[in-house]
Design a protein around this ligand. Structure first.
Ligand SMILES: [Zn+2]
Ligand SMILES: [Zn+2]
Ligand SMILES: [Zn+2]
Length: 458
């Protein structure tokens, strides 16, 4: 999709990376039911009638699903939440006419006019057709995993990270503006075969705050100062004395400190068998310097051996993922046999992966019970709200890439990088923030499972 630049149209970050679109058999049937080719537009926060093309109608009543959302100010993003379901917000294409480069928009217009908006809407027609073809159940779904699959399917592309120093992780996914749990969702969907993972990069992250914005340099092993310099080691061939060059320095000349002979010619009188790292702060000298880090976000310092390692992947849709979105009764997030099976498969591949990489891992299973809440006559709605709040708090407790599987009232947290002993010791720190905000007693029980115990169970 090439658009004349004179129309003031900039391809948004999302579309710009699109390869030519492959033939799109999944959506052939949608073309029959398009009807007259008019589009409905939700224009937030305030519609501009002057820039509305004549083939587009503004959505006036709440609850009507628009074909396109146009945002004329950043505040339109918040207004979206009150107008469309989250499933809808995940897939309906967005045109940004705010001039503020709003994240997650499919297209950005520098100068919105009737012509440029018309061009933008027409260029989004393939996405609009695919969104129209999604089953109704998709828009009602509360499953962020399904939303991600739907977003990728309607855009006909994968989820690609990009370098971004504004983010503590130094990478971002454009789609995470719309789907904040994107990484956790994508990891989960890769384990269940709905997405395919591709290695992007390995990051080193701060052990204190998980930031990847680190300064890495050589340091003194003794006092960790970075005020160090390299100095040659000199070897007087005749008397075999070795020492740092400064011990030989004698004004302009080199004199052996042991036998006081003048060294004139390199490789005849002396050679340089090595390099020393000398610290200007404490005077320590050593043959092997240390490599240390400073975290630019929290100022933590230490040896780079303390850094944690995190793999960043990109993701592409699989046939299974495509089918999951288009199937009219497939719900990823529901309990039952399928979910249990997929959960077990996820845990198994998580354990196998960490074993292969030699990284410690732990499985934390948290079970909620509504028995106490029901006994104290809490309403069903209050119990559901508290359970969802618990799920949200649990999500915030762990790093974004930590996978949390939910099956009804059971949560399985797959923790990479920590041993079962560490998690058991830190259980109180995990529990307290989770439980103190709950107005309903969900009576959580916690079980820390070592990877070898999981293997023994299955
Ligand atoms: Zn840090
Ligand atoms: Zn030092
Ligand atoms: Zn000598």
């Amino acid at each position: 999709m090439h658009l004349p630049s004179s129309a003031g149209l900039q391809e948004g970050s999302v579309q710009a990376r699109n390869a030519p679109q492959p033939a799109d058999h999944d959506f052939e049937h949608s073309k029959r039911c398009d009807g007259p080719n008019r589009l409905t537009v939700l224009w937030l926060p305030q519609p501009s009638q002057d820039a509305l093309p004549d083939f587009a109608d503004l959505v006036s009543e709440a609850g009507v699903r628009p074909d396109v959302i146009v945002l004329s100010e950043a505040s339109g993003i918040n207004a979206m939440a009150g107008n469309v379901s989250r499933g809808t917000a995940a897939v309906v294409p967005v045109v940004d006419v705010s001039g503020q480069k709003l994240g997650g928009a499919d297209l950005a217009l520098a100068m919105p006019s009737r012509e440029s908006v018309a061009l933008a809407l027409r260029s989004l027609q393939p996405v609009i057709d695919r969104v129209r073809a999604l089953p109704e159940a998709f828009f009602q779904s509360n499953d962020p995993d399904l939303w991600l699959l739907g977003r990728l399917l309607t855009r006909q592309r994968g989820a690609e990270p990009t370098r971004d120093t504004a983010s503590a992780l130094t990478i971002t996914f454009a789609d995470s503006q719309v789907l904040p749990d994107l990484i956790a969702s994508a990891e989960r969907l890769s384990r269940t075969g709905h997405l395919e993972r591709h290695f992007f990069d390995r990051l080193n992250t701060c052990p204190a705050c998980s930031s990847a914005r680190l300064l890495i340099r050589e340091e003194c092993q003794n006092c960790r100062s970075s005020d160090i310099m390299e100095e040659a080691v000199l070897h007087h061939l005749r008397c075999a004395y070795q020492g740092p060059e400064r011990d030989f320095r004698d004004g302009q000349h080199l004199t052996c400190p042991k036998c006081r002979a003048r060294l004139e010619h390199f490789s005849v009188d002396y050679d340089k068998p090595g390099i020393l790292t000398v610290c200007n702060a404490c005077g320590h000298s050593t043959g092997t310097g240390a490599v240390g880090f400073v975290c630019l976000d929290c100022n933590a310092k230490g040896d780079t051996s303390l850094l944690q390692s995190r793999v960043v992947n990109s993701y592409t849709l699989t046939d299974r993922g495509r089918r999951a979105v288009l199937s009219r009764n497939f719900r990823l997030g529901e309990g039952g046999e399928l979910k249990t099976l997929e959960c077990r498969r996820s845990v198994r591949s998580f354990v196998t992966e960490h074993r292969a990489l030699g990284i410690a891992c732990t499985i934390l299973v948290i079970r909620l019970s509504t028995a106490k809440a029901q006994a104290s006559h809490c309403t069903e709605a209050a119990i559901t709200a508290a359970t969802d709040l618990f799920a949200d708090l649990l999500r915030e407790t762990f790093t974004p890439e930590t996978e949390i599987l939910r099956n009804g009232l059971t949560f399985t947290v797959l923790i990479g990088g920590d041993t079962p002993a560490t998690i058991s010791d830190g259980l109180d720190q995990i529990r307290k923030p989770l439980e103190q905000h709950l107005s309903v007693d969900l009576d959580p029980s916690y079980e820390v499972i070592a990877p070898e115990d999981f293997e023994a169970l299955t």
